[in-house]
Design a protein around this ligand. Structure first.
Ligand code: MN
Length: 188
């Protein structure tokens, strides 16, 4: 886990995204964030703090509270912890060009005894304590493709059927600034 690939893809004199420090201060709790990103295709970037970085997946359809629905989560490069505070516009012509809002933020609690080992084995179980997402979730690697994982809600009191409640539609805006993607795009 390191930030080499993250930094290689970006020009920090031209994008407002953070370069990230190498000596990351680990807090008492592990950070969790989902960024809604209107790049060439809208997607949700799901990030969990692990070993001083945000391990990351791009979830095209976003999270779903329905345990019967598995959402594709494409593994992407580690991001610096500071990225969890980023909301803004990545300029045209740059990697990931488009608007980013912090769709959800909070902390996560691994329910695997050794989360680093669970992650490397391709099956991570955890509890989210976000503003929007709460309760039990898991991420499972589909071994046919090295980048393909599934994000799945585990049945508990926070589960809802998709027909009854679509969290991405009911709560579309930033969990921090409460701005919409369109509001933030206008600030570019
Ligand atoms: Mn993205």
């Amino acid at each position: 886990m390191d930030l080499k690939l993250y930094r290689k893809k970006r020009h920090f004199d031209q994008t407002p995204e953070p370069r990230g420090s190498d000596e990351q201060e680990a807090g008492p709790e592990l950070r969790y964030v989902i960024q809604k990103h209107a790049a060439s295709h809208l997607h949700y970037d799901f990030r969990l703090e692990l070993n001083g970085v945000l391990v990351s997946w791009a979830v095209p359809k976003g999270p779903c509270l329905d345990p019967s629905i598995k959402r594709l989560a494409v593994h992407v490069e580690d991001h610096p912890l500071e990225y969890g505070d980023f909301e803004g516009n990545i300029p045209k012509g740059h990697y990931g060009a488009g608007t980013v809002i912090i769709w959800d933020t909070g902390t996560w609690v691994p329910t695997d005894k050794n989360p680093q080992h669970a992650y490397s084995k391709g099956s991570l179980s955890f509890i989210l304590k976000g503003k929007k997402l709460k309760g039990k979730w898991k991420l499972v690697h589909m071994f046919r493709n090295p980048k393909t994982w599934l994000l799945i809600k585990v049945k508990d009191d926070y589960a809802r059927s998709l027909a009854e409640y679509d969290v991405t539609l009911k709560k579309p805006d930033s969990a921090v600034s409460h701005l919409s993607l369109e509001d933030v795009a206008k600030q570019a």
